[in-house]
Design a protein around this ligand. Structure first.
Ligand code: PGA
Length: 254
């Protein structure tokens, strides 16, 4: 049985006071204990959010990291630094990093390896552009990102990874993939995990859906058999909405 994970990707939003207030509201919110909760603030507020989360059980994640352990890499942050401020997860290969910042599968693969070697959990994002979907290439694009980003990993390493399917056309647009559209890709990913690794890996790895997840669509999405949680952008910036999504995930556990 895979435990649901609801992750908030705060992106380049909120100032220090807002980030601390949101974390504190989440700590105090009435939420399911059957669901893992993760928040991913901007790097610069990780420390402050970490202190606010304390031992609440809410996990802390970063939105990116560099793959080298240290040295002359101006502006970058290492896995060691993330561990030092209490991070357990790192989002990698988000579509904004792929398409706005130009990250390739081979760079993302180096980051996935560095994160695993540091004992942190990667949340690897994959997803097609609207033009890919319209051309009937969704499965091929997702497969190629999956294979490129996870190249040279053992089944045991992949078992420690979380995958997030995020169709780019659904991110921040208010257009959500229908539960059936999302389930189809999640089932493809589950099959890839089985074919490339083994059944244990395909059964264990959590596959989150992301792209305009809101309190009113979360329950339908998460009732799909291969959707194990959500990566939430806009709706994670308000404690009430994010808590409603956490509790929608719980309904599917219960
Ligand atoms: P959204 O973002 O929920 O605002 O669509 C999701 C994401 O980019 O992870």
């Amino acid at each position: 049985m895979r435990r649901p994970l609801i992750a908030g990707n705060w992106k380049m939003n909120l100032n220090r006071a807002d980030a601390v207030a949101l974390s504190s509201d989440l700590v105090n919110a009435e939420k399911s204990s059957e669901v893992d909760v993760l928040v991913c603030p901007s790097h610069i507020y990780l420390d402050a959010v970490s202190a606010t989360l304390g031992d609440s059980g809410i996990s802390l994640g970063a939105q990116d990291v560099y793959f080298e352990a240290g040295g002359a890499f101006t502006g970058e942050i290492s896995t060691g630094m993330l561990g030092d401020v209490g991070c357990q997860f790192v989002i990698l290969g988000h579509s904004e990093r792929r398409h706005v910042l130009g990250e390739t599968d081979s760079l993302i693969n180096k980051k996935v390896k560095a994160v695993l070697e540091a004992g942190l959990t990667p949340v690897l994002c994959v997803g097609e552009l609207l033009e890919d979907r319209e051309a009937g290439n969704t499965e091929a694009v997702v497969k190629s990102q999956f294979e490129g980003s996870l190249a040279d990993l053992s089944p045991e390493q992949v078992q420690k990874t979380v995958i997030a399917y995020e169709p780019v056309w659904a991110i921040g647009t208010g257009k959500t993939a229908s539960p059936a559209q999302a389930q189809e890709v999640h089932a493809d990913l589950r099959k890839l995990l089985n074919d490339r690794y083994n059944s244990e890996t395909s059964e264990q790895v959590r596959i989150l859906y992301g792209g305009s997840v809101k309190p009113d669509n979360a329950s339908d999405l998460m009732s799909q058999p291969d959707i194990d949680g959500a990566l939430v952008g806009g709706a994670s910036l308000k404690a009430d909405g994010f808590t409603a999504i956490i509790n929608a995930a719980n309904q599917n556990v219960a």
